[in-house]
Design a protein around this ligand. Sequence first.
Ligand SMILES: Nc1ncnc2c1ncn2[C@@H]1O[C@H](COP(=O)(O)OP(=O)(O)OP(=O)(O)O)[C@@H](O)[C@H]1O
Ligand SMILES: [Mg+2]
Length: 323
Amino acid sequence: MSDRPGFGMRPSENGSPAAPPQAPAAGEPAPPAPLPPDARVDLAQERADSHADEVLDALDAELVGLAPVKTRIREIAALLLVDRVRARFGIDSARPNLHMCFTGSPGTGKTTVAVRLAELLHRLGYIRKGHLVSVTRDDLVGQYVGHTAPKTKEVLKRAMGGVLFIDEAYYLYRAENERDYGQEAIEILLQVMENQRDDLVVVLAGYKDRMDSFFASNPGMSSRIAHHIDFPDYKPDELEAIGHLMMRREGYVLAPQTEPVFRDYLDRRRVQPRFANARSVRNAIERARLRHANRLLAAAGEVDRAALTTLEPEDFLASRVFL
Ligand SMILES: Nc1ncnc2c1ncn2[C@@H]1O[C@H](COP(=O)(O)OP(=O)(O)OP(=O)(O)O)[C@@H](O)[C@H]1O
Ligand SMILES: [Mg+2]
């Protein structure tokens, strides 16, 4: 047994001086007394107890590439963990600002990372619930005078204790229309974002260039965003690795002769309209599964495990990208 107090353990349970008597507010437990200055806390144990590594490992396993994104999320986890330990010594510091902006093209993993982030912030005690509420302009802004404030407040209420993810946030602001109701939503958001006691993290997401001009017109919003995280388009090798990861998870493999066909598919798809990075890879695999299933049924013979799991060249070659 270590003589160090475990995470979340009251000092009095561990032989340290008991908390001085306090009058707790009804329903609220009294805060534990701060650790004495010479107390020692095992950070590795704190880390294990928070279960933050499970989320960070899942992020690593689930997402190919995105090294700078993963690094930043790890840094934030470290900050929150150290902050928790500081608080146990009674060291006062402001709640860190964690409002963020995720920029990148469609299908680069922004929503996926936001979901994991919410879970992580919850495990580290920064937010109470850890859910993600994903909205766009239409969820926040009304059509008529007096409709916007209740709509925005309702969304904020739902998001409290979690992460509010505002996709294509720049649509909230319309430069050409001074009386646009979006401005009202922005002002309500600004207030809530400023008030760090509110247990909410706001993530704005969208294309980088549009987000930049949104911030240029809305300096108040810009100054409240602590972390700007860019999600670059995936390189051909990364798209291929993403495809393999997705197939492995779904119980499919490419036949050796399908490998070059799949690469060729991705090269062609990448330069076509409405290419959406990892999402397009997912869609390509979905359609290959469809053709695979139809091919097996059309053959109408017996199947073995290999036949049920192996994607052949024709499962991709029938795609429109090869026309
Ligand atoms: N790096 C990656 N590795 C593996 N899968 C990924 C990766 N990035 C994204 N995906 C997968 O691609 C799909 C789209 O990702 P996601 O929805 O997070 O993208 P997005 O950036 O939010 O897109 P949009 O801007 O269109 O909303 C998801 O199924 C996700 O799991
Ligand atoms: Mg998204």
